[in-house]
Design a protein around this ligand. Structure first.
Ligand code: NAP
Length: 335
């Protein structure tokens, strides 16, 4: 009997057909509306494998309704939408899609940094709304990127790719991580600092950590107060790492100069959110990895992980590999 799989959003046919060859599938067919929780609760009761996106909350309560579930394959590198400990407790493997989106997300992060520093979105609106009357010495002036100091909090795959881009702009590169990366320091001329030094000395601060209990509100009032008045904060990691109320206050009062945000505590961000009233904020709808090539690679990689796990092989990207060693491991849980 073919394993049963539920896919939580309409995927490109070339990916679906690969899964359909070996699995019995059901799929949420909407592209612009996430699967409602009650539908997911109903579907998860019957399946062996779940293919999901970061828009789905896969928590303990949901997993308790899934007696046969062996694998949750997340089409994202971040997996803060999944209660991994609950999956591990139940012998359910969780997988993600690291690596294939690194360069694309670094491109977007640098693009957002540049757009924020040089007021690109604001300037475009200025022109289109008929406010452009003449060239003027200090009109729409922003911050220089070349030669400035970039501080990267979380020097992982994407953080390093960002540093490589910044090197081409002759930026001074600082980073903070829980562990030092001497190899990257040598290759890219990065300087390791504590958080406080990074915040005090950087013209641009980019947050590139995963969202975990430890990184929840990593940037709040106290951290923003340490930053330069002309500093720009960029967050393309996850909402919740930056405290949005504190960020709003800092931007409004001029504690820092501007912010570029691709991610928010609540997504989509409500249109009446105070941050959206500020001219010195550039906002994007979580498009870090959104290039055609990369999204296809992510979709295929998530399918690979799912199919490998369901066939009893070790998937390329397990988040909780300890499950593979448990008695109830996938290899032993043949149907
Ligand atoms: P990664 O390679 O795992 O890098 C994360 C880095 O953060 C690691 O170097 C880690 O090093 C560091 N870190 C973890 N906890 C930290 C803490 N408490 N303080 C300081 N540093 C900490 O992950 P990645 O592939 O670069 O992706 C990073 C994140 O970007 C993902 O988790 C995801 O949420 C986000 N992302 C967003 C988009 C988007 O569309 N906007 C796209 C892709 C990824 P140590 O453990 O040594 O500290």
């Amino acid at each position: 009997m073919k394993p049963k799989v539920y896919i939580t959003r309409k995927l490109p046919e070339e990916v679906v057909s690969r899964i359909r060859e070996v699995c019995e599938i059901r799929m949420w067919e909407e592209e612009e509306v996430p699967v409602p929780r009650f539908v997911l609760e109903n579907e998860i009761a019957k399946i062996d494998g779940l293919y999901c996106l970061l828009t789905e909350t896969i928590d303990r309560t949901l997993l308790e309704k899934a007696p046969k579930l062996k694998v949750v394959s997340n089409m994202a590198v971040g997996y803060n939408n999944i209660e991994v400990s609950a999956a591990t407790d139940r012998g359910i493997l969780v997988t993600n899609t690291p690596g294939v989106l690194t360069e694309t997300t670094a491109d977007l992060t640098f693009a957002l940094l540049m757009a924020t520093a040089r007021r690109i979105v604001e300037s475009s609106g200025f022109l289109r709304s008929g406010q452009w009357k003449t060239w003027s010495p200090m009109l729409l002036t922003g911050q220089d990127i070349h030669g400035a100091t970039l501080g990267i909090i979380g020097l992982g795959r994407i953080g390093e790719a960002l540093a490589r881009r910044a090197k081409g702009f002759d930026m001074r590169l600082l980073y903070h991580n829980r562990s030092r990366k001497p190899d990257a320091e040598n290759r890219l001329g990065l300087e390791y600092t504590d958080m406080e030094t990074l915040l005090r000395e950087s013209d641009f601060v980019c947050v590139m950590t995963p969202y975990t209990p430890e990184t929840h509100n990593l940037i709040g009032k106290a951290q923003l107060a340490l930053m330069k008045k002309n500093a720009v904060l960029i967050n393309t990691a996850r909402g919740g790492i930056v405290n949005e109320d504190d960020l709003y206050e800092a931007l409004k009062k001029g504690t820092i100069w501007a912010a570029g945000l691709d991610v928010f505590e609540q997504e989509p961000i409500p249109l009446n959110h105070p941050l959206l009233t500020l001219p010195n904020v550039v906002t994007l709808p979580h498009i870090g990895s959104a290039s055609v090539k990369t999204r296809l690679k992510m979709a295929h990689l998530a399918a690979d992980n799912l199919l490998q796990a369901l066939s009893g092989q070790r998937p390329a990207h397990p988040v909780n590999p300890e499950v593979l060693k448990q008695n109830r491991s996938l290899a032993l849980r043949q149907n």
